[in-house]
Design a binder for this molecule. Structure first.
Ligand code: CTP
Length: 401
């Protein structure tokens, strides 16, 4: 969430300016106070009224207009900002910022601010690839600006190439990541696993489960937004890759164990939300199993997969999940003890509002010292933050790095 955060959104004169309306709207939905500054050419593409209506705040368009509460005082806007985001950023504004010009409200604000600045370029492919633009971007990067690289695709000119404004989700994710830098998990390394592993029967079939990955992705994003360096080890999932997170794709339990072992060499905490298959086919057929050869019935011989939480050793906190269909607290307690966990989140996956595929979850947290905390129904993202609150506390108790 971006509650209590002031985002100054700079909009410049690119055809992608209309996408800034979506960015403004999503930021407001996330709880941010959004102050839009438009260059004159941006107002040719989108009306300031659009942003005013979306943000419920005055929109700044010129240096000297009296209607703006920030008029003649660009410093106030620069100081109010927790982050300045320019999306879309034209080659022109990028050039101005690179040399430190301040002849419009946006460039003046950027020059005057101490807040982090994010630039999301959008322009014609030749303008973007021109070495002048590339040099200017390199200068800004060296000065600590964050650049959200444009995407490849169809451009307004009809050409196909690099220059499309990055996806709105990517820009929002970058804003959250930048704002979270000084959060309570800053400099911590958190490894999160997500999704349900798939154990191959043959090249086209597998043994799997219903996990969507939503809980794990929510934990990874929440940790990122609190400043952690996050590695997300994910089984196949329909969810899109989160920004600012090191994502490792795996398929089977064995592959997940390898990836977890590697990532945990330097981790402060491992949060295993993945639904790891407990069994895998004893052998995987090299070719697709044919009905004719298998006959009327097919028996699969399954062998145990490695228990990742129990087997990956090291000096990091371990958080497990227990997806249960009955006696969830008692079963989770047993798992906590058996796998030597610091914390376990138990949930009843048979409830329609918790468990697989939905966006909400109802979990009970049980810690090593036996404390049981039953949480009400919440968004998975909120559950993630509750778990991370505990992780922050446990890491502080543990001391060290
Ligand atoms: N887990 C794991 N490796 C496995 C199986 C599970 O690391 N091979 C982790 C899960 O990611 C979860 C915790 O262990 O954090 C508990 O998973 P769960 O499937 O509920 O427990 P199991 O030990 O598999 O017990 P059971 O399936 O019999 O309930």
């Amino acid at each position: 969430m971006l509650t209590n955060k002031t985002v100054v959104l700079g909009v410049t004169g690119s055809i992608a300016a209309y996408k800034a309306a979506d960015i403004a709207s999503k930021l407001v939905q996330a709880g941010a106070e959004v102050r839009v500054v438009m260059t004159e050419s941006a107002t040719e593409f989108v009306s300031p009224l659009t942003f005013r209506s979306l943000t419920n705040q005055p929109v700044v368009t010129g240096m000297f207009e009296l209607a703006s509460e920030f008029s003649l005082e660009h410093v106030a806007l620069a100081e109010a900002a927790d982050v300045v985001v320019i999306a879309p950023a034209t080659a022109n504004i990028i050039a101005k910022l690179a040399v430190g010009l301040a002849d419009d409200m946006l460039s003046a604000t950027v020059l005057a601010t101490e807040a982090p600045v994010i630039i999301a370029p959008a322009m014609n492919v030749n303008m973007f690839q021109n070495s002048v633009t590339q040099d200017n971007l390199a200068k800004l990067k060296a000065r600590g600006f964050t650049i959200v690289d444009p995407a490849y695709g169809r451009l307004a000119s009809g050409k196909v190439g690099l220059g499309r404004l990055a996806e709105v989700e990517k820009i929002i994710g970058t804003i959250k990541q930048v704002l979270g830098r000084s959060g309570d998990l800053a400099a911590r390394r958190i490894v999160v696993t997500a999704g349900g592993t798939q154990e191959a029967i043959d090249p086209v079939r597998y043994v799997g489960n219903r996990s969507s990955g939503k809980m794990g992705y929510a934990v990874a994003e929440a940790a990122r937004d609190r400043g952690a360096k996050v590695t997300l080890i994910t089984a196949p999932s329909a969810l899109s890759e989160p920004v600012g997170i090191d994502v490792v794709h795996i398929t089977s339990a064995v592959e997940m164990k390898e990836a977890v072992t590697r990532a945990c060499a330097q981790a402060d905490a491992l949060i295993m939300t993945a639904a790891v298959a407990d069994y895998q086919p004893k052998s995987t057929a090299r070719q697709k199993i044919k009905k004719e050869a298998a006959g009327a019935g097919l028996t699969l011989e399954l062998v145990k997969t490695p228990d990742i939480l129990a087997e990956v050793k090291g000096d990091f906190l371990r958080v497990g999940f227990a997806a249960e269909t009955e006696d969830h607290v008692a079963n989770a307690r047993q798992k906590l003890a058996k796998k030597q966990l610091d914390l376990i989140a138990a949930n009843d996956v048979t409830a329609p509002d918790s468990g697989f595929t939905v966006d909400t979850n109802r979990v009970t947290l049980i810690s090593r010292d036996g404390k049981v905390e039953e949480l009400p129904l919440m968004l998975k993202r909120e559950v993630a933050d509750k778990i991370l609150d505990r992780v922050v506390g446990m890491l502080a108790e543990k001391g060290g790095r």
